[in-house]
Design a protein around this ligand. Structure first.
Ligand SMILES: Cc1cc2nc3c(=O)[nH]c(=O)nc-3n(C[C@H](O)[C@H](O)[C@H](O)COP(=O)(O)O)c2cc1C
Length: 439
């Protein structure tokens, strides 16, 4: 199997090749949390860059709870014309454009909400950025399921060619899956079948809305890498259920805000974690072994579902090796697309692309390794990396070139300032104010 091969999904949709631009939060929404021209420019650039599938960053299903100010919110018909333009731009050259649907749960910054929701009132302790959440009542859970269905339906109407449910990285659905965060003793907590109920109900609700021929994907952690958390065995079982539920594509990732495997960091909480992006191990992908275990579980149970693995791919050889193993159908890339928007075309043509994450990320040395023992440094360091990439996205979206070797610290300061400005300027559309945002 080759990166250039097409892929037919169970719902009948066809991807033109095996390279996927993974979800990356854009932070480009306007004051009303609607999509903007900047989304159109960014996604047109990526679509023309040759990837078979582009997945949007988190699009939030509830205006009250964002992953970050600047997220697009889709909960009603307001903002549909720009959403259509975004969908048209991102599907140029027969690229697929799928909207990632998300609810942050407790990973909603204080800037946005002083009382986020979560399965249980277990606070995220990250430099005081997140408030103590309120445990969701049964009505909150049912309302969230409805919201995922509504947002999926609006995405379909706007011309997006699929949806992805973000059930990874410690967001709401991932919180329900985690026994560490989900301490409930009702039908939404306890055994895995209960913890996975929200995920499966959301999938079913969306399928009901979008029909049989529209792609539905789920992004799931292979594990959250927390002791006593959601582990690989849980993930394999969820994959079997998702296959039964008619999910077209499972994207395998891992980690959360507390444990940052998703960006290639390793080690247990409290111990040193190194960004291994330049090492041989991560060049083969951070989650390949985990995705293969899931593929084997599916095969062993006689179930078929397409799999994609994302995280740490930096060479064409590693991507092709993974596809050649069998069982993994697509390779997802995030950060490399920020600095090289036509990365997919280059990969597909067989050009030797140096997938460079640009200076800051490869910084290392003894001081850095020592500092990585301290949680505050680790968190700031990783937030700096995310900020640096988010800034490159914003530059592309505004028609400018990536900024190369600017410092992570500067990127972080600018990123935080931009989030504060966004949060201060937000002005929900009248429709949301009138409806009172009931649940
Ligand atoms: C700036 C930035 C924003 C991200 N936003 C999202 C997001 O909205 N949803 C999501 O599922 N993952 C998000 N991710 C994670 C990526 O999809 C991907 O899993 C991660 O970057 C690892 O892949 P990579 O090594 O190819 O970058 C984000 C990553 C970065 C760097």
């Amino acid at each position: 199997m080759d990166l250039t091969d097409g892929l037919e999904l169970p719902c009948g949709a066809r991807l033109k090749n095996r390279v996927v631009k993974a979800a990356m939060s854009e932070g480009l929404a306007d004051r009303q949390d609607h999509a903007t021209q900047a989304h159109c420019r960014l996604y047109e650039t990526w679509a023309r860059g040759g990837a078979g599938l582009l997945i949007t960053g988190n699009v939030m299903v509830d205006r009250r709870y964002l992953e970050r100010p600047g997220n697009v919110v889709l909960e009603d018909e307001s903002g549909m014309s720009m959403l259509r333009a975004w969908a048209a731009a991102g599907t140029r050259e027969e690229a697929h454009l799928w909207m990632q649907l998300s609810h942050p749960g407790r990973q909603c910054p204080k800037l946005v909400s002083k009382e986020p929701l979560a399965p249980s009132a277990v606070q995220l302790d990250l430099l005081g950025n997140f408030a103590r959440p309120r445990a969701m009542a049964e009505e909150d859970i049912e309302a969230a399921i409805e919201r995922f269905g509504k947002t999926a339906s609006l995405a379909q109407q706007a011309g997006f060619t699929g949806v992805q449910i973000n059930a990874a990285h410690g967001y709401l659905i991932s919180q329900f899956l985690s026994p560490k965060v989900n301490r409930r003793d009702d039908r939404w907590g306890g055994i895995l079948a209960n913890r996975a109920r929200l995920l499966l109900r959301v999938v079913a609700r969306i399928r009901q809305e979008v029909g049989a021929h529209f792609p539905i994907s789920v992004k799931l952690n292979a594990a959250d890498f927390q002791r006593g958390g959601f582990d690989l065995e849980d993930s394999c079982q969820c994959a079997l259920w998702l296959a039964d539920a008619g999910v077209d594509l499972l994207e395998v990732s891992g980690g959360d805000f507390e444990h940052l495997r998703l960006l290639g960091y390793r080690g247990d909480p409290g111990t040193a974690e190194d960004p291994d992006v330049a090492s041989g191990a991560v060049k083969a992908g951070c989650f390949t072994d985990y995705a293969l275990a899931i593929a084997n579980a599916l095969k062993g149970a006689g179930k078929a579902m397409h799999l994609m693995v994302t995280g740490g791919f930096r060479t064409r050889e590693a991507m092709e090796r993974v596809l050649a193993l069998g069982g993994i159908d697509l390779v997802g890339l995030g950060r490399p697309f920020c600095a090289t928007p036509d990365l997919a075309r280059k990969l597909l043509r067989g050009e030797c692309v140096p997938i460079d994450l640009h200076g800051p990320l490869q910084a290392g040395g003894a001081l850095h390794r020592w500092l990585m023992r301290f949680k505050t440094y680790r968190v700031l360091r990783v937030q700096g990396e995310v900020a640096w990439h988010a800034r490159q996205l914003a530059k592309l979206a505004h028609g400018r070139d990536p900024e190369g070797a600017s410092s992570l610290a500067l990127a972080l300061v600018k990123h935080m300032a931009a989030d504060m400005v966004h949060a201060g300027r937000r002005k929900p559309p009248v429709s949301a104010q009138v409806s009172g945002m009931a649940n």
